[in-house]
Design a protein. Structure first.
Length: 82
């Protein structure tokens, strides 16, 4: 089966000239659209750090504290950045 080069180049050109999606525009205008830690997760930050220091894994910390695993990683990442 042979492809039509004209069809491929016209498809590529239209794909390139498409306007950015709304989320991409929002990210550029407003900055990162990444979710922020919940108040619940922020309140438990010291507990997250203490459990991590004891060798408890992120998934287990999240289960024990009833917060998202991503929040655990975010808290741990913020601690390393400081």
């Amino acid at each position: 089966m042979q492809s039509d080069p004209a069809a491929i180049s016209s498809f590529s050109a239209s794909a390139i000239s498409c306007p950015p999606q709304r989320s991409q525009v929002a990210e550029v205008v407003l900055g990162s659209t990444a979710p922020k830690p919940t108040a619940k997760a922020k309140a438990k930050a010291n507990e997250v750090l203490a459990m991590h220091a004891e060798g408890v894994g992120a998934t287990e910390i999240a289960k024990r504290l009833s917060i998202g695993r991503a929040s655990v990683y975010r808290i741990l990442g913020e601690e390393k950045a400081v």
